[in-house]
Every structure is written in C-alpha cells, then in structure tokens.
Design a protein. Structure first.
Length: 280
C-alpha cells in the first residue's frame, strides 16, 4: 500500500526517505533517519521497531544486510513486512516479505533502496530507481523526483492519500539544534506528492540562505513597486511615504512572514522575497 525510497548523498552526507501511500499520515509511520547513521523505510503492516531498532544497530556498526537479517529473524510476521535500509556509507538493502500484497518488490544499489507494495506494477519502482540515479541536485530534490516518477508510473494501485519527505544532516534543523533538516508531511490530500513538491519549494524559500546574486538595492522602480506591494498587503500606510518608512516596512515584513534566513542589510532585499510578495 506504499512506495518509498531511502537515499544517501556521499558529498553532503545527508540521509533521507521519501514515501507516498493510500494511507493516512504515512509520514508518521514509515520514515526513520539519523544523521551519520542511516535511513530506513518500514512499510506493509509496518513494524516500527524496524526503524527504531534498525537505526540503533546501524549506529553500533552493523551493516544494512546484518540489520535486515536480525530484524527479520526476530519478527514472526516478517513475511508481511517490507523495508529499505541505507547507511552513512551508502550501503543498502531492501526486503519484501513473500506475503506482501501484489504488486510488491524492491531494488537496491549504491546510495539508495526503493520498495513498494500493492503497486499497479513493477514500472513504479523502475521509474523511481532510474530517476534517482539520473536526477541532479540535492538529496531532497532527487528523492522527491523519484517519488514523482513512481507516482506518474502508477504508484499505489488503490489511489493516493499522503506523502512525506524526511532528510537529516548534522545540525541541520532550524537553529542547528538537531539533525532534522527537512521534515515535510502531507497527511491527507487528493494529490499528495504534488503537494509535497509545493512544500519543498516553500521550505527552500524559507530556510535556504540568500545567494549573492539575488541581493538587490531598494531604489528606483523597485522601491516604488515594493511600496505598492506592502501597502496592498497591509504592511505600509500610504501616509508613510518616506524612503526610511519603506525600509522599516521591508524589515518588518521579513519577520512577519518568517523570512529570517533572507533578511538583508538595510536598503537591500532578496529577489526571491520580492517574487513571493508579487504572487501572494
């Protein structure tokens, strides 16, 4: 009832899981990951111990194959389970129990493992594997591209409901307090993978730092446009027409709209923030 992919980026050391299913809030069940350790997707009558205990074993030096053998050996219902594991060295393994509902199967290679059950057919996994291997970009972008490809190739034969994307890296969270770099969930939606794509774009907008080439000076026609946009959005009064008033409103707008990572020195602004203001 689910298709997923676990992945590792040897350059950034990021680990992650992308998953979609005709199941409510699949992100609360399937994905497990820990920076510097590994990523696990546990599904098909999911045994959550596979995720928790599996990560513990990886952290203690077991290989993905050894972890899988231990998990299956200690599970009387392993024939119903499906799991994908990748560690922080890119080693991977996937398992599909013989009693998983058709179509069910998996594929594992360097830095990834993809698996699914109750799929339309094997083309879902074929599309996921080839897309992950051929897509450039960040791990999150590659995992999501793989999920989109699997969805387009057929996906869950029962339909769509939820999707999730989890990516971890050392000190990757907001403020650097833990390893949860990206943790996005679509719990109940008619097109969850597309909605997950929208959320990832927003995550990049809110939490990625400004590129030097995106910094522009607030002057001339841009200053006039910003004044109009801020007025239309209720962030600036027409009575406050001085340039300093505009700059105050721009700084305030960043904080109100949670653009903490894109705040620029007074008199400057990130072009991506301007683009957001134009479409909101």
């Amino acid at each position: 009832m689910t298709f997923s992919i676990v992945g590792f980026d040897p350059e950034t050391k990021e680990l992650g899981v992308a998953v979609a299913s005709k199941f409510l809030s699949v992100g609360a069940v399937v994905p497990f990951a820990k920076a510097g350790v590994g990523a696990i997707a546990t599904q098909s009558w999911a045994n959550l111990n596979y995720g928790e205990h599996g990560l513990e074993m990886l952290e203690n030096g077991f290989t993905p194959h050894e972890v899988l053998e231990e998990l299956v050996r200690n599970d009387d219902s392993s024939a119903l389970r499906q799991v994908g594991i990748v560690d922080a060295q890119g080693r991977s393994v996937t398992f599909t129990g013989e009693d998983c509902y058709d179509w069910a199967g998996g594929s594992a290679g360097e830095n990834f493992a993809a698996q699914g059950n109750i799929l339309v057919d094997q083309h879902t996994l074929e599309a996921m594997e080839s897309t992950f291997l051929q897509t450039p970009g960040s791990l999150a972008e590659r995992l999501l591209a793989s999920l989109l490809a699997g969805d387009a190739a057929g996906g869950d034969s029962r339909g769509k409901q939820s999707a999730a994307l989890l990516v971890v890296k050392e000190n990757g969270s907001y403020g650097g307090y833990n390893d949860r770099y990206i943790d996005l969930r679509v719990d109940d939606h008619e097109d969850p993978v597309q909605e997950l794509t929208r959320l990832l774009k927003l995550h990049k907008l809110y939490f990625e730092p400004t590129l030097p080439e995106d910094i522009v000076t607030i002057e001339g026609t841009l200053a006039e446009e910003l004044q109009d946009l801020l007025y239309e959005n209720g962030h600036l009064s027409r009575e406050l027409s001085e340039h300093d008033d505009l700059l105050d409103a721009v700084q305030s707008y960043h904080l109100i709209e949670n653009f903490d990572e894109r705040v620029q020195p007074r008199g400057m602004i990130d072009k991506k923030v301007v683009e957001f203001m134009r479409i909101k």
